[in-house]
Design a protein around this ligand. Structure first.
Ligand SMILES: [Zn+2]
Ligand SMILES: [Zn+2]
Length: 93
């Protein structure tokens, strides 16, 4: 399977969004891109961090929206760039 990906076209920004595994059948990747907070502008894509003025993404990490570096917080892993928080997985035994 070939995965789509978008990268941020702002200067010095390393943000990237990979096509998710869970993309519903028939759904356009571009729709998922927009849903993740990316903007498709005439001169390229802008990641959610750049769109919000908190970019560019300088360090890669685990953020599912912009691939930016995340920092552990009590409520989850928060992206240092776009601010997206991934809740800590609930431990299952
Ligand atoms: Zn960016
Ligand atoms: Zn992010």
């Amino acid at each position: 399977m070939i995965r789509d990906a978008v990268t941020c076209d702002r200067p010095n920004c390393l943000a990237i969004l990979l096509e998710p595994d869970s993309l519903p059948e028939g759904a356009e990747f571009e729709t998922a891109v927009t849903a993740a907070g990316w903007q498709h502008l005439s001169d390229g894509h802008a990641c959610p961090a750049c769109t919000a003025g908190t970019g560019p993404v300088l360090e890669r990490g685990e953020c599912p929206r912009c691939s930016g570096r995340t920092a552990d917080r009590p409520d989850g892993a928060r992206c240092m760039y776009c601010g997206h928080t991934v809740p800590h997985p609930t431990e299952e035994w």
